[in-house]
Design a protein around this ligand. Structure first.
Ligand code: SF4
Length: 402
C-alpha cells in the first residue's frame, strides 16, 4: 500500500488498529449515500463503524448475525469441497461448459501468503493471460480485484470468477439464503446483485487497465444458493446492468476521502484502540467530537445500511435538520437548514419582500402546505369533529414542533 501523506492522515485518525477491509457490501452502502462525507472518511480510514456506534452510545440494531455468517461460510465450503466438485458440476450442467475443463486457480494464498496486495497482483497477472487466451482456467477461487473508491484503492474479493461461460468472465456469488420453489428472498437477491455489480465494475476496470476489452466481463453474474430446505446448491444467472450503471454513476460522484480528512481539525480522532490495561485510548467525548467534525448527510434510508444511523439520526433530530424527515423533504426545502427555520418562515409577516429572495419560492410552497394543513385540521362550519377527522397518532405534530 502507498504511504501517501493523505493516507498518513487517515491512519492517524484511525490510530494503531489495523484498518477494516473495504468490502463490496460497504461500497454499495457508500454509493447509496454519495453525499455523506462522514461515511466516506470512516470507510477510507477503515474504522469499525459498529464499534464506533457502540462507543457513541447508539449501537447498530442490524448487521449479519454470527449464525448467518457461519452458515454462509459452511455453505461456501460445501460448494467448493472435494476440488470444487459441486461448483464445477453446476457450471457444467447448467451452463454447458465442456466436461474436460476443470482447471481451478486457488487465489486464497500466493506462495503461502494471504497478503491481499500479493493476491491482487497474482489475480491481475492471471486475468491478463486468460483474457489474452494464453491460459485456460474454469474457475478463479477468491481472486482479489482493486477498485478506486473515493480516491482510495479497495481490494475486493468475489467468491469466484469463471472464465468459460459464453467466452466471458462471470462473477460467481455463493449465498446461504435458500431458493424455495424456485424463488429467493427479493431483498437478499437485490443485495447480492448490488455486490456482484461492484465486482463486475472492478473486473472491467482492471481488464481495461491491462489493455483488454472490459466487455469481456459479463453483465450477468452466477448466483449459487441452497435449494429448498436442503444444502443442495442451485445456480441462477442474474442480469445486473441496471446496478452496474447506478453504482458506477454513484462511484463517480464520491468526493475524495483524502481531501475530506485533510480538512479536519488537527486533534480530530477516530481511534478505537485499547490500552494494555483494556481501557480505551480515547474517551467517548473525543470520538464524538471527531465524528461531529465530519459532515453527515442523514436520510431515513441510512437506517437500512449504516451502523452509525442511530447516532446520525439523533444528531439530525437534535439540530432539526429537514433530512431527518426524509430525502423528499430535504429536496423540497433547498437552502433551509432546519425545520425551525421553515416554521419561522411560514409565520414571517409580509409578502416576501423582507425574506431572503432565494427562499421566496420555498416559503410560498411552505405557506401553501400550511394553509392546506390548517384547512384539514379546522373544518369550516359548525360540524362537530368526527373520529375520522381527528388527528391520528401518526399524523405530524402541530406546527410548533421543531
Ligand atoms: S448513517 Fe450517518 S454516516 Fe452513515 S451514511 Fe447515513 S449520514 Fe452517513
Amino acid at each position: 500500500m502507498s504511504t501517501h501523506p493523505s493516507e498518513d492522515r487517515l491512519a492517524t485518525l484511525r490510530g494503531p488498529l489495523a484498518p477494516e477491509p473495504c468490502t463490496a457490501r460497504g461500497i454499495t452502502a457508500l454509493t447509496a449515500n454519495p453525499g455523506c462525507s462522514r461515511r466516506a472518511v470512516l470507510d477510507a480510514a477503515g474504522i469499525d463503524k459498529a464499534t464506533l456506534a457502540a462507543r457513541l452510545g447508539r449501537p447498530a440494531r442490524f448487521g449479519q448475525s454470527p449464525f448467518a455468517l457461519a452458515r454462509g461460510r459452511a455453505f461456501e465450503a460445501l460448494v467448493k469441497a472435494n476440488g470444487y466438485a459441486e461448483l464445477i458440476a453446476l457450471v457444467r450442467e447448467k451452463l454447458g461448459v465442456p466436461v474436460e475443463e476443470a482447471a481451478v486457480a486457488d487465489l486464497n494464498e500466493v506462495g503461502g501468503s494471504a497478503s491481499p496486495a500479493l493476491r491482487a497482483r497474482e489475480t491481475g497477472h492471471l486475468l491478463d493471460r486468460l483474457a489474452a487466451g494464453a491460459e485456460e482456467r474454469l474457475l478463479l477461487d477468491h481472486p482479489v480485484v482493486p477498485l478506486e473508491v473515493a480516491g482510495r484503492t479497495a481490494l475486493l474479493e468475489p467468491d469466484a470468477v469463471t472464465h468459460r461461460v459464453d467466452g466471458r468472465f462471470h462473477v460467481v456469488e455463493i449465498k446461504s439464503f435458500a431458493v424455495i420453489d424456485g424463488r429467493a428472498d427479493p431483498a437478499k437477491t437485490a443485495e447480492a446483485a448490488k455486490q456482484a455489480a461492484v465486482y463486475v465494475i472492478a473486473l472491467r476496470r482492471l481488464l481495461e487497465s491491462l489493455g483488454h476489452d472490459p466487455a469481456l466481463v459479463a453483465t450477468e453474474f452466477l448466483l449459487v444458493c441452497p435449494e429448498d430446505f436442503s444444502q443442495r446448491p442451485v445456480l441462477a444467472r442474474i442480469d445486473v446492468r441496471q446496478e452496474i450503471e447506478a453504482i458506477g454513476f454513484q462511484l463517480s460522484r464520491l468526493r475524495r476521502a483524502d481531501d475530506l480528512a485533510r480538512a479536519l481539525p488537527a486533534d480530530a480522532t477516530l481511534d478505537l484502540s485499547l490500552r494494555s490495561d483494556g481501557t480505551p485510548a480515547r474517551t467517548d467525548a473525543e470520538l464524538a467530537a471527531g465524528v461531529g467534525a465530519l459532515e453527515s448527510h442523514y436520510t431515513p434510508d441510512c437506517m437500512g445500511y449504516c451502523d452509525l444511523a442511530r447516532h446520525c439520526r439523533a444528531e439530525a433530530v437534535e439540530q432539526a435538520r429537514p433530512e431527518c424527515l426524509g430525502g423528499r423533504v430535504r429536496d423540497d426545502l433547498p437552502g433551509i437548514d432546519s425545520t425551525r427555520t421553515a416554521l419561522r418562515l411560514i409565520d414571517t409577516p409580509g409578502d416576501g419582500e423582507t425574506l431572503d429572495p432565494g427562499h421566496a419560492e420555498v416559503v410560498e410552497r411552505l405557506r401553501a402546505a400550511a394553509r392546506l394543513y390548517d384547512s384539514r385540521r379546522r373544518p369550516p362550519g359548525p360540524r362537530l369533529p368526527t373520529a375520522s377527522s381527528e388527528t391520528s397518532p401518526d399524523a405530524p405534530a402541530g406546527r410548533s414542533a421543531g
